[in-house]
Design a protein around this ligand. Structure first.
Ligand code: NAD
Length: 369
């Protein structure tokens, strides 16, 4: 395993745990980054190429996201090396074994992430009783079905548009990654008068300056099709990033806005639905170009806020009210502090979150984990 000490700084990680059961092919890692605010929350990712480093970066991102959202939770993340599309019985065995191996790690609460879903969380819950993102039948709030993250992105859009003098009525929206986050963001923005003019998924992209039919595209996706079958002009998949629009929502992969395309971005406002969708250099350049680029862990926190509310026993209405309050407050705080201090939005956001983590740490007794 790589030199784990190189990840460490004064915030964390608190623990890195290697989990292995060669008998059933379980190879996994848990990183608990920081628990000053409370037990860590973060998803269980299953992918063939996950690394300890990726797990650590995602755990730190959760520390910042949960702190920024003012949740009583620290950040953690777990990964299982494996193909998420493996036969269900094999997947269930691995996930149950992972949960059982971490039964005693009560400062980590499992959640769904790439390659895992509500059913996987039901298995974890059955093993150790410590999971969020559960099926409705077990008291869960189905955050992807309800669009918690897309709802939060629309809240951030309202605040940022107000701050920048952008009228949402008729504002043109481009979405990269027409999935759970992208579809719901488009829906909630359409309720505010925005028009979807570009959309993409893994198979391709479509443009229509007159407006794409969101529900028709969503139905196509639900049936296993792609956005390219839904009308409009078909273009090269990544052209959506530089499409003519007012609001760009990257909601798929990391680093899709980079040095090679950042100067061609036309949007005035970027809402980061995906995690780290822009490189650091591209974020700097977007700022120089006067484009409002709301960082991921501020704008896309709707999902984790919903999950934390589920864990606290809240109902759906309270969860969505909380998403609204927290994301609106944070978006405004970050916009104001970036403007006042002349820094890029991410720097203002990291400062806000880190200060909250340090304050929480200062109120704890040494070694109280
Ligand atoms: P999803 O699987 O429901 O949807 C992803 C969509 O992106 C799919 O339509 C897929 O076809 C498309 N896609 C994949 N690769 C692409 C590419 N290269 N170009 C264009 N489209 C591509 O996933 P999701 O839950 O919507 O999550 C999207 C992103 O948002 C992920 O990075 C995830 O980590 C992040 N995120 C999700 C949530 C949440 O609540 N679901 C919360 C915070 C962050």
């Amino acid at each position: 395993m790589a030199d784990m000490f190189r990840f460490a700084d004064d915030l964390g990680p608190l623990k890195i745990i290697h989990v292995q059961d060669a008998g059933i092919g379980l190879k996994a890692v848990l990183v608990i980054d920081n628990v000053a605010a409370g037990p860590s929350i973060g998803g269980l990712r299953m992918a063939s190429d996950v690394t300890v480093e990726e797990c650590f970066r995602l755990a730190r991102a959760m520390t910042l996201k949960n702190a920024a959202a003012g949740l009583r939770h620290g950040g953690g993340k777990s990964v299982i090396v494996g193909d998420p599309g493996m036969p269900k019985t094999d997947k269930e065995r691995l996930i149950r074994a992972m949960a059982a191996a971490l039964r005693g790690e009560d400062m980590y609460i499992f959640g769904p992430d790439m390659g895992t879903n509500e059913e996987c969380m039901a298995w974890v819950h059955d093993e150790i009783g410590r999971a969020i993102g559960l099926p409705r039948e077990l008291g869960g709030i189905p955050l992807d079905e309800l669009g918690a993250t897309g709802f939060g992105l629309a809240q951030a859009a309202e605040v940022a548009a107000d701050f920048d003098g952008l009228d949402l009525t008729g504002a043109r929206v481009a979405v990269q990654g027409f999935g759970s986050v992208g579809i719901h963001a488009a829906r909630f923005l359409a309720e505010r008068g925005c028009v979807l003019v570009a959309a993409s998924d893994s198979k391709g992209a479509v443009l229509d300056a007159g407006g794409l039919d969101i529900e028709a595209l969503a139905a196509l996706k639900a049936a296993g099709g792609g956005v390219i079958d839904g009308g409009g002009t078909t273009v090269e998949r990544d052209a959506v990033i530089t499409a003519d629009c007012d609001i760009l929502i990257p909601a798929a992969r990391p680093d899709v806005i980079h040095e090679g395309n950042v100067d061609d971005v036309k949007a005035r406002l970027i809402l980061q639905g995906a995690n780290i969708p822009a490189t650091a250099q591209a974020e700097q350049r977007l700022s120089e170009r006067g484009i409002t680029n709301l960082p991921d862990f501020i704008a896309n926190a709707g999902g984790v806020i919903c999950a934390a509310m589920e864990y606290a026993g809240a109902n759906q209405t309270t969860a969505f009210d909380t998403i609204k309050d927290k994301i609106r407050d944070n978006t405004l705080a970050v916009l104001e502090s970036a403007r006042a201090d002349g820094v890029v939005l991410r720097e203002a956001a990291v400062r806000l979150a880190t200060e909250r983590v340090r304050t929480a740490m200062s109120m704890r007794r040494w070694g109280s984990f």
